[in-house]
Design a protein around this ligand. Sequence first.
Ligand code: HXH
Length: 336
Amino acid sequence: MKTIEHRDLLKLSEEYEEHFLIGAAVNTKTLISHQQLLKQHFNSITAENEMKFERLQPIEGQFQFEAADRMLEFAKQNNMGVRGHTLVWHNQTPAWIFEQRSGGIVDRATLLERMKTHIDTVVTRYKGNIYAWDVVNEAISDSGNELLRSSKWLDIAGEQFIAKAFEYAHAADPSALLFYNDYNESDAVKREKIYRLVKSLKEKDIPIHGIGMQSHWNLDHPAIDDIRRSIEQYASLGVTLDITEMDLSMFHFDDRRTDCSAPTEAMLEKQAERYDQIFKVFREYSKHITSVTFWGAADDYTWLDHFPVQNRKNWPFLFDALHQPKQSFWNIINNK
Ligand code: HXH
């Protein structure tokens, strides 16, 4: 049994100091409501939304840095690292970037010029204060043999948009680690595509240093062996791996149940067992892993509340809705 004193002194990030940073995604609300928990257990933060293109440059040339700046300030005061998320993505990106001022679709050169201006401005502003950037997010297709997903970036700029983004980011901050970030990263077919993309970038000497495994997982999926295989295959490219957006949903992606208003004991037990198994793998491969970031911190708020099923809460984290450690937390501490 843990004594109260031990519980108050124990810090998850210290317990994992020899392995990797422990991160949480924050937003402007949780930066306040989760601040005690963040200070106690985490040594890295990521903006859930506040560094996305639509937030930083909603209108051409009009940058809005207030919310992101507050996060950097919080991190600085509490001696935490910051991961940047994300520079180039097909979602949460304003329409203006793809449009001509006179109407119609923008030409390739102008689109790349706009991309460069955005990346220059943002990466330079936080130069030296952000240890890693998700440079390109979710560019790979989930379907069939197609490598890249169809997007305006791809349609207008061609597949080179990815290499360009990394070159611009590296020029702006040569010391930041630059990541390609994606979900379904442990799926056998998508794993192969991510591997192929990153391999081809490395072969062209594009400055890419890591693969971000989003790790939006659930109680059964993916299998531990698939997680392990992905880590091994990605690491074989000589890149760093970050676990960038981890959560363990209580529901399968196609489970549409809405009759669950609190997690059952069985769910909590299963989740604790999964966290235990998964962190064993993370520790085993920790020489390849810089940070493990959760896409939130405690169960009172998660992007999985009402997604993909309306009127359904989820409980994916190590801390419950009252910010108390769950069995999942004790498992990854005690079974080290
Ligand atoms: C992440 N996407 C983003 O990187 C992050 O910025 C955001 O805050 C939350 C999650 C994960 C994701 C990707 C696709 C998706 C849902 C979530 O959409 C799907 C729709 C249908 C089927 C499968 C995925």
